[in-house]
Design a binder for this molecule. Structure first.
Ligand SMILES: Nc1ncnc2c1ncn2[C@@H]1O[C@H](COP(=O)(O)OP(=O)(O)OP(=O)(O)O)[C@@H](O)[C@H]1O
Ligand SMILES: [Mg+2]
Length: 279
């Protein structure tokens, strides 16, 4: 048995629920009406069947939006959610969004996750979070998941997308993990196969947000390559992390790719000035 077959067998319990089978064989008529014709890799009805499961248990305290308490941090993410909805739901719904930053560890993955959870929980929006940081994937780690397959296998081995999607049970949040890390993923990220996957994810369910976590923009070409296929970019700036010149250089690159806004993360100075503790 190949490694992928073995991995798929192990992951089967999280995917082959009676709900999956039901949806595969008999999607609700409403679902059928809202769907475009099936493209390779994502059979009709499969995505909706990923939604009704027990929530995964999240231990990471940084994922404030996954808990039910209404803290100041959660409020900030909810404000971000409202801003994103207001900016993306115009005449045309900009539903593919990527999150990037100038350098590493500015909080891209945390922002992408908290935004995705906030959208998925509070507004009943279906959200798909895709880990396109193939150099240093982290979405699965922050969620406490150990996926054996992911986007890399869809790109490299032609694995159908629905085989790699993970239902979280957190609102309507579904995750497409990276699957494994790749030392130099630029060719993979600029491949026609990835463009096809993004187009497929974007068009198939018109109401769904698809959020992409990416590597930092300055040292690597990955984020720039991805931005060309996205509706919009969210840019994270962590206080005290990137140099001003680096930040301006990185931002300039994304101005041409529908830069939706800049998220100021870990804003200690501002809150301390106001005698206010911010987590
Ligand atoms: N607002 C914040 N307050 C405190 N810690 C934070 C904050 N945002 C992120 N962190 C922490 O900083 C670290 C880096 O965050 P994260 O992984 O989201 O950054 P990243 O930009 O995705 O990094 P990378 O470039 O390595 O992918 C994590 O340990 C995270 O918990
Ligand atoms: Mg990250």
């Amino acid at each position: 048995m190949s490694r992928i077959e073995e991995a798929l067998r192990k992951a089967a319990s999280r995917r082959e629920s009676p709900l999956d089978q039901e949806a595969e064989h008999a999607p609700a008529s409403e679902e059928i009406n809202n769907q475009k014709p099936a493209a390779p890799g994502l059979p009709a009805g499969r995505f909706d069947s990923l939604l009704n499961v027990d929530p995964i248990k999240i231990d990471n305290l940084m994922l404030a939006t996954s808990r039910d308490e209404k803290t100041e941090v959660v409020e900030e993410y909810n404000k971000l959610r409202s801003a994103v909805i207001a900016l993306t739901k115009g005449e045309e719904f900009s539903n593919t969004l990527m999150v990037t930053s100038t350098v590493s560890e500015e909080g891209k993955s945390m922002t992408a996750l908290n935004l995705a959870i906030s959208l998925a929980k509070e507004h009943d929006h279906t959200v798909l979070l895709v880990d396109t940081d193939l150099r240093r994937p982290s979405i699965h780690r922050f969620l406490g998941l150990k996926p054996e397959v992911g986007l890399v296998h869809c790109l490299r081995d032609n694995l159908p997308i629905e085989k790699a999607l993970i239902k979280t049970g957190i609102g309507k949040l579904v995750v497409l993990p990276a699957g494994e890390s790749v030392r130099d993923p630029v060719d993979m990220l600029s491949s026609n196969r990835l463009k096809e996957i993004i187009r497929e994810l974007k068009e198939r369910y018109a109401e769904r947000y698809v959020i992409f976590d990416t590597p930092p923009a300055l040292p690597f070409a990955d984020a720039g390559v991805l931005a060309a296929n996205m509706d919009a970019t969210l840019f994270v700036v962590r206080e005290g992390r990137a140099q001003r010149e680096e930040l301006l250089k990185a931002l300039a690159e994304f101005k041409d790719h529908n830069l939706l806004g800049v998220i100021y993360n870990d804003a200690r100075t501002f809150f301390k000035k106001h005698d206010y503790y911010y987590y």
